[in-house]
Design a protein around this ligand. Structure first.
Ligand code: 5GP
Length: 138
């Protein structure tokens, strides 16, 4: 399996598709998931292309995980979350649907179940507000 540079996250990185940006540095980008399974559901991706953790350079993963921690801490604070869930899938058999390495960061509240993946996009104004809430505490 090889990396396809035409995947949707590569298009976001190239600026050819919009996103609600939460954080960006030289090597990584964090933005809101368009179909959030919890309020504040953020995706963190490296700028260097790989399909997933199986083919990624360990240095890329190290830098990515430092940003995941930063976003996890900020989203816990922004949403006064009881916990933060980190998810990451490798290949279709494991649930991966977009083949550019990404880590899900989901603020969780006690007793509040995750929303199902409906395939329906969230309201853009809500996503923009949630991105701002996380940005404001970074
Ligand atoms: P996976 O199952 O591959 O780990 O998750 C891919 C995630 O990307 C899903 O949670 C899905 O909602 C999200 N997603 C798919 N297309 C887009 C998009 O165009 N923009 C954003 N921001 N998220 C997307």
């Amino acid at each position: 399996m090889t990396y396809d540079p035409n995947n949707i996250f590569a298009k976001i990185l190239a600026g050819n598709l919009p996103c609600h940006r939460v954080y960006e540095d030289e090597h990584n980008l964090a933005f809101m998931d368009v179909m959030p399974q919890a309020d504040g559901h953020t995706l963190v991706i490296p700028k260097r292309g790989s399909r997933n953790i199986l083919d990624a350079d360990p240095e890329v993963i190290g830098s990515l995980m430092a940003v995941v921690q930063k976003i996890a801490r900020a989203s816990q604070k922004a949403f006064a979350a009881d916990g933060v869930m980190i998810q990451q899938f490798n290949e279709a058999a494991a649930g991966q649907t977009v083949f550019h390495l990404h880590i899900h960061v989901l603020p969780r509240m006690t007793g509040v179940p995750l929303r199902p993946h409906t395939g329906k996009m969230a309201d853009q104004t809500v996503l923009a507000r949630h991105a701002e809430m996380i940005r404001s505490v970074l």
